[in-house]
Design a binder for this molecule. Structure first.
Ligand code: XMP
Length: 516
């Protein structure tokens, strides 16, 4: 959505890393304008916006492979400051006559790096001589190009950092944009302000202005738009944003697939009316239930639900005077996990990987590059009430991907009741706003119990509560024991089909937040 402007800032060349958008986000946090271009954009295009600096992202390939993304030498031989990260670092070496080889072991995850700052590297200002960083590479630079000097190595002895041309070119094997890298923010800040001379003059409000311009130039003045809303933060922000351009040509469609949380449908429809958005409430619970009948494979469920969503939207679109655009609140983690940046498909988010190929309607995804916390801040700028923005994220396929095993109506009802009790207890403990996401999962496992001297063989509920900054990683929340205990007792009493309550204490990674 960001458009080229004669405003300097940073251009990020994307070599296919799942962290490319994270680099852009870190730059936004430092209030500097940035834009991402594909690695094969022409040098004229790359330099047209007169960027203050270039960042070369990581990427999944090997510089020596026949299909490896390349770099136009003229870009790094000019005057512009360049920061190469991971693949970007190896590519600079490869392009300028150094050598890149497959390392003996590869380095993945948290790794110690020691710097030797003999050259007064600007990027190291305020950074200790030894830090933990996030590595994710197999290849390594085995011979530096002429004129380059190393200033960092990892525990295993692999080259971790080098620079050239008095720090104009800086190359890091690790990822400063990932939270795990200590002082990553400082290094990026040093690059932006000390090396590139950027000004911290870019605000989130600028994103809104730019985005509105881009929407206005994408949809014509007569185009109608329909927006699939769930009542969640992402679709609400997308709808309010586009309504500023499309006005009465926007229709919001709330598809109740029958996998919503307790009382959710009513609350969503009322909240949208207060936002002055036109909402069509489509009750499609029967259709969805029969479509997923017998499905237990997570990807099959997601794809079936995703496809039916679009079919229902298309039907509604025809009734809304032939909408040309389907507006979705897709955000960046949805795109990454659906494997759309060259990585593995972790799970097909219904609004990305679950879309059918033969769609009759075009997609409009204005917040596709953003992370949830940025979306929330934009929501505040757009005047959306805090209680809507603070709602815990809820996946598009809803309770269907939290109900493992047979997706029968009765099991969904059980899960819905248990979930409502858990959330009620979290709210009354005053903890709702401190938690990224809390919910229940119903397992396809029964166990033996005893109630009033009678043998029971009940269902199993899992409680899950996680903290996160942007859903890319998450940690299990240490809930007070009294809260867990009370919740478990209430669930077993008030939902008699449930015989056992357990707790998921796994982080992401290695797990994901949702179970499917
Ligand atoms: P995972 O489970 O992949 O989820 O760690 C990361 C975040 O994304 C939410 N999620 C979804 N959101 N459609 C969505 O709009 C989906 O299909 C979907 N699947 C997961 C999840 O709840 C968490 O906040």
């Amino acid at each position: 959505m960001q458009k080229m402007e004669k405003s300097g800032g940073i251009t990020i060349l994307d070599f296919g890393s799942q962290y490319t958008q994270l680099i852009a986000r870190r730059i936004r946090e430092l209030e500097v304008y940035s834009e991402i271009l594909p690695w094969n954009a022409s040098p004229e295009k790359i330099l047209a916006g007169k960027p203050n600096g270039l960042i070369l992202s990581g990427g999944p390939r090997s510089t020596t492979g026949a299909d490896a993304p390349r770099l136009d030498r003229s870009l790094i031989e000019g005057e512009i400051p360049v920061l190469g990260i991971c693949y970007g670092m190896q590519l600079i070496a490869h392009t300028l006559g150094g050598e890149v080889k497959k390392g003996r072991l590869g380095e993945y995850g948290r790794t110690k790096v020691v710097f030797k700052d003999g050259n007064g590297e600007k990027i190291l200002r305020g950074v200790p001589a030894s830090i933990d960083v996030w590595m994710s590479h197999w290849d390594e630079v085995s011979r530096l190009p002429k004129g380059a000097s190393a200033f960092g190595a990892s525990e295993s002895g692999a080259l971790a950092a080098y620079s050239m041309d008095v720090g104009r070119i800086t190359a890091l094997q690790f990822h400063p944009e990932v939270d795990t890298t200590e002082y990553g923010r400082e290094m990026l800040s040093n690059f932006l302000f000390d090396v590139c001379g950027c000004e911290p003059n870019w605000k989130l409000g600028d994103w809104v202005k730019r985005s509105l311009d881009s929407i206005a130039s994408t949809i014509s003045e007569t185009d109608r738009v329909i927006c699939g809303i769930s009542g969640g933060v992402d679709s609400t922000v997308a709808a309010v944003l586009v309504s500023k351009v499309a006005g009465g040509r926007l229709d919001c469609i709330f598809v109740d697939h029958g996998f919503m949380r307790k009382n959710e449908s009513k609350q969503v429809v009322e909240a949208y009316k207060r936002l002055n958005l036109r909402v069509h409430h489509v009750n499609a619970a029967e259709r969805f239930l029969s479509a997923v009948k017998g499905l237990t494979n997570p990807e099959e469920k997601r794809k079936t639900i995703g496809e039916l969503f679009v079919r229902v939207f298309e039907e509604e679109a025809r009734q809304c005077g032939g909408a040309k655009w389907l507006l979705q609140g897709t955000i960046y983690p949805d795109v990454i996990e659906s494997g759309f940046v060259g990585g593995d498909v972790i799970k097909s988010h219904h609004n990305v990987g679950g879309l059918p190929e033969d769609m009759e309607i075009e997609l409009l995804e204005p917040i596709r590059e953003l992370f949830k916390d940025e979306v929330r801040r934009i929501g505040t700028l757009l005047g959306i009430p805090e209680e809507m923005l603070k709602r815990h994220p809820f996946p598009g396929p809803g309770l269907a991907i939290r109900c493992l095993g047979n997706l029968e109506r009765e099991r969904i009802d059980i899960l819905r009741e248990a979930d409502a009790i858990f959330i009620e207890e979290i709210k009354s403990a005053g903890l709702y706003d401190d938690i990224w996401q809390a919910f229940c999962v119903l397992l396809p496992v029964r166990s033996v119990g005893v109630a009033g001297d009678v043998r029971t063989y009940g269902e199993t509920i899992i409680l899950r509560a996680v903290s996160s900054r942007d859903a890319m990683t998450a940690e299990s929340v240490r809930l007070p024991w009294d809260l867990i205990d009370k919740t478990a007792k209430r669930i077993c009493q008030e939902v008699p089909q449930i015989g056992r309550v357990s707790m998921d204490v796994t982080g992401k990674p290695p797990a994901t937040i949702e179970w499917e």
